[in-house]
Ligand binder design. Structure first.
Ligand code: NAD
Ligand code: TYD
Length: 349
């Protein structure tokens, strides 16, 4: 009998990489990808594994109590890897309630369903979370697993809240759980509302590159496939009830990252050096913009033997090439609703 593993949000950016990895590497699992296909979910991301016998897609909303309870009751669910979420900070500033609904309410619905019907003796509930729950750093220091939570955006507040519920279900009901908090991911299949694919798309189309504030905010970037390998390690080897921080040890000021992107794309698009940089446009800062994120990943490295597999230069180049080679994917996701999102977010900024 294969073990039934639910991955929520498997049609999104990180989720699709996690689904692909588990379907390909663990034939003893039957992976059920539960995703409601919001604007961020895209089955094109999983075309290559669509027909695999140990993979199934279920279009369902994690906030639908009846659908979730029916799924867990009928399918003998061994474990859950929970990634489904509203994930974009700027959208959370406009619509905080959507984030409460999916990230908090949805997580508690899944916890209840797993507690009532899941294999709580042998399986586990894994919540995939973000380093943004720890708040903002100044020039020095890094987030540790013991850093107190101090979320600043509605997005990070909703993720912090869901982390707390997951922990509370462990303490209160002894639910087997594990949590990881990861830094910013980059890679293929990321929706172009996030910094890197948005900038690549705009450079390609000679559109302004909207840099928030002075561009001095710092993020720690990790290749999405390395996040997927970390999730694999935490899911299989992480200790029950524990939290693991995941990061790339790869800090960039936004403006430096954007200039690097311009430099590489000038070469790849046969433009004169300095052409794309001219598109940089400073715009009003994001409200409550966290200054710096940085992760101390010693715990996952020493306990679980995980470390990133690629250096940033290689991962970045692979990522840029993917967006250049997948015009159709980028065009599909930037038509329709993206146009009005972009207009609302950037036109009068
Ligand atoms: P994403 O926005 O690309 O994908 C989210 C997925 O969840 C989409 O497929 C969407 O359709 C699905 N979804 C949303 N609401 C749903 C609902 N109510 N029911 C079912 N499915 C629903 O997000 P991502 O960047 O891949 O992030 C995945 C997870 O990793 C999130 O929990 C996020 O908080 C976390 N995370 C992201 C990053 C990052 O850099 N992107 C870093 C650390 C942690
Ligand atoms: P983002 O990709 O939204 O990730 P997060 O806010 O979760 O870290 O943004 C990364 C950084 O880039 C963040 O400091 C905000 C900044 N940013 C811009 O300057 N311009 C943009 O158009 C976007 C989307 C982000």
């Amino acid at each position: 009998m294969k073990k039934n593993i639910i991955i929520t949000g498997g049609a999104g950016f990180i989720g699709s990489h996690v689904v692909r990895r588990l379907v390909n590497n663990y034939p003893e699992y039957h992976i059920i990808n539960v995703d409601s296909l919001t604007y961020a979910g895209n089955l094109e991301n999983l075309k290559d594994i669509e027909g695999k016998s140990n993979y199934e897609f279920l279009k369902a909303d994690i906030t639908d109590i009846i659908a979730m309870n029916t799924l867990f009751e009928s399918r003998n669910i061994h474990s859950v890897i929970h990634l489904a979420a509203e994930s974009h900070v700027d959208r959370s500033i406009t619509n905080p309630l959507d984030f409460v609904q999916t990230n908090v309410f949805g997580t508690v619905i899944l916890l209840n369903a797993f507690k009532a019907f899941g294999d709580v003796d042998n399986g586990r509930f894994y919540h995939v979370s973000t380093d943004e729950v720890y708040g903002a750093l100044g020039d020095d220091g890094k987030f540790l697993e013991t850093t107190p939570y101090s979320p600043n955006s509605p997005y990070s507040a909703s993720k912090a809240s869901s982390d707390h519920f997951v922990r509370a279900y462990h303490e209160t009901y002894q639910l087997p759980i594990v949590i990881s908090n990861c830094s910013n991911n980059y890679g293929s299949h990321q929706f172009p509302e996030k910094l890197i694919p948005l900038m690549i798309h705009n450079i390609k189309n000679n559109k302004p590159l909207p840099v928030y504030g002075k561009g001095e905010n710092v993020r720690d970037w990790l290749w999405v496939n390395d996040h997927a390998s970390a999730i694999d390690a935490v899911f299989h080897k992480g200790r029950n009830g524990e939290t693991y921080n995941i990061g790339g040890n790869n800090e960039w000021r936004n403006i430096d990252l954007i200039k690097k992107l311009c430099e590489i794309l000038d070469i790849k698009l046969n433009r004169e050096n300095g052409t794309s940089e001219k598109l940089i446009t400073y715009v009003n800062d994001r409200k409550g913009h966290d200054f710096r994120y940085a992760i101390d990943a010693t715990k996952i490295e020493s306990e679980l033997g995980w470390s990133p597999s690629v250096n940033f230069a290689d991962g970045f180049e692979k990522t840029i090439d993917w967006y250049l080679e997948n015009d159709e994917w980028l065009n599909n996701v930037t038509s329709g609703n993206y146009q009005s999102y972009y207009k609302d977010m950037y036109e009068v900024r």
